[in-house]
Design a protein around this ligand. Structure first.
Ligand code: NAP
Ligand code: ZN
Ligand code: ZN
Length: 355
């Protein structure tokens, strides 16, 4: 099946128009005409090969929302016209202990990511998966999510990654009313962390390097703002947090943040997929604190998160961009110059290609 998207061909090249093939639907497949796709910082890390091993040409995009245009003969969950989404995964083994528990993101045989992942099923046109900066995608129904129709579909797109990556650890560590919860880093993930922690009834503190983001954080649902560069304020807040959600996208000194936790508190790292530069044992030992990590969320939990958003009317704060402006949007994301997620309007994809 013909498809058209944007790809980059090297770590330093810009994204540019790219015609390619998608697989025809197999019996369990859903074909989705993509309406919107969010720009996650992971797209940029991978496009620029900051995590190593990117396969080019590379089509990014794993915050996909669209409408079903065709389904295979055995598809029971969806029909043409349904509003659906696809997040970071398009396949997993389905029979390991993690898959059995509905935690496909921890598949012991390795899940297939929506982009730049070895496609383990024969008959697909590409060895490595190609993501959602494109007009359509073919995905097994198990990995397709239903988007509540009351949500703005463009603003719902980043829920598929930024949303579930923040919702899942807040749920797993049982964030609840009365707890003091810090969200570190006000970007795409962080702004959703604030909204979810607030909706779950916690007292939410935005921990940010950017004082100018304070007013915005409060509008998102933060009760307080803590400037992480202000050593005196950080010292004053030491030992006061039950839980910290750390979305900093690079390696960093974790001690100042660990010191914020109460006895038995936990800080969950979701951003830094690289060495943490300085991590002293003292903050762990003296207050029995923990540091943990968390990867997106399983398919069932992603649907639970979307339904939660439908009930609570939660969507992302987005800035829509035309496909031709995607390279500028990358630079602005890295510079922290977006409130808080860019979403590509796929209606601009073909217009751009013809000019
Ligand atoms: P983003 O929009 O760029 O936001 C990151 C925020 O972190 C920035 O806005 C900034 O907030 C803060 N920050 C940036 N550099 C910093 C530094 N050197 N020190 C302290 N704070 C810094 O990124 P995102 O899309 O939210 O993604 C965040 C990270 O999560 C990325 O690395 C991404 O790859 C990763 N990710 C992980 C998963 C997972 O499953 N674990 C899923 C999706 C994404 P302030 O200005 O408020 O300080
Ligand atoms: Zn992502
Ligand atoms: Zn598995």
């Amino acid at each position: 099946m013909k498809a058209f998207g944007y790809a980059t061909t090297s770590p330093s090249n810009k994204l540019a128009p790219f015609p390619f093939e998608r697989r025809e639907p197999r019996p369990e497949d859903v074909v989705i005409e993509i309406l919107y796709c969010g720009i996650c910082h992971s797209d940029i890390h991978t496009a620029r090969e900051e995590w190593g091993g990117t396969h080019y040409p590379f089509v990014p995009g794993h915050e996909i929302v669209g409408r079903v245009s065709a389904v295979g003969g055995k598809v029971t969950k969806y029909k043409a016209g349904d509003l659906v989404g696809v997040g970071c995964m398009v396949d997993s083994c389905r029979h390991c202990a993690s898959c059995y528990d509905g935690l496909e993101q921890y598949c012991e045989n390795g899940f297939t990511a929506t982009y730049d992942s070895e496609d383990k099923i024969g008959g697909t046109p590409h060895e490595f998966t190609l993501g959602g900066y494109a007009d359509r995608i073919t995905v097994d129904q198990h990995f397709v999510l239903r988007i509540p129709e009351n949500l703005d579909p463009a603003a719902a797109a980043p829920l598929l990654c930024a949303g579930i990556t923040t919702y899942s650890p807040l749920r797993h560590w049982k964030v609840s009313p009365g707890q003091n919860v810090g969200v570190i880093g006000l970007g795409g993930l962080g702004h959703m962390g604030v909204k979810f922690a607030h909706a779950m009834g916690a007292h939410v503190v935005m921990v940010t390097t950017s004082p100018e983001k304070g007013t915005h954080a409060k509008a998102l649902g933060a009760d307080e703002v803590l400037i992480s560069k202000d050593a005196a304020a950080m010292e004053k807040a030491a030992g006061t947090f039950d839980f910290l959600l750390n979305t900093i996208p690079v390696g960093h000194d974790t001690d100042p943040y660990m010191n914020l936790l109460k006895r038995d508190g936990t800080m969950v790292i979701v951003g830094a997929v690289e060495p943490l530069t300085h991590t002293n044992g003292v903050p762990f030992i003296f207050k029995r604190r923990s540091m943990a990590g968390s990867l997106i969320g399983g398919i069932a939990e992603t649907q639970e998160m979307l339904d939660f958003c439908g009930r609570h009317n939660i969507v992302c704060d987005i800035e829509m961009v035309a496909m031709k402006d995607v390279n500028e949007a990358y630079d602005r994301t890295v510079a922290g110059d977006v409130h808080y997620r860019f979403v590509i309007d796929m209606a601009t994809l073909h217009d751009t290609a013809r000019t």
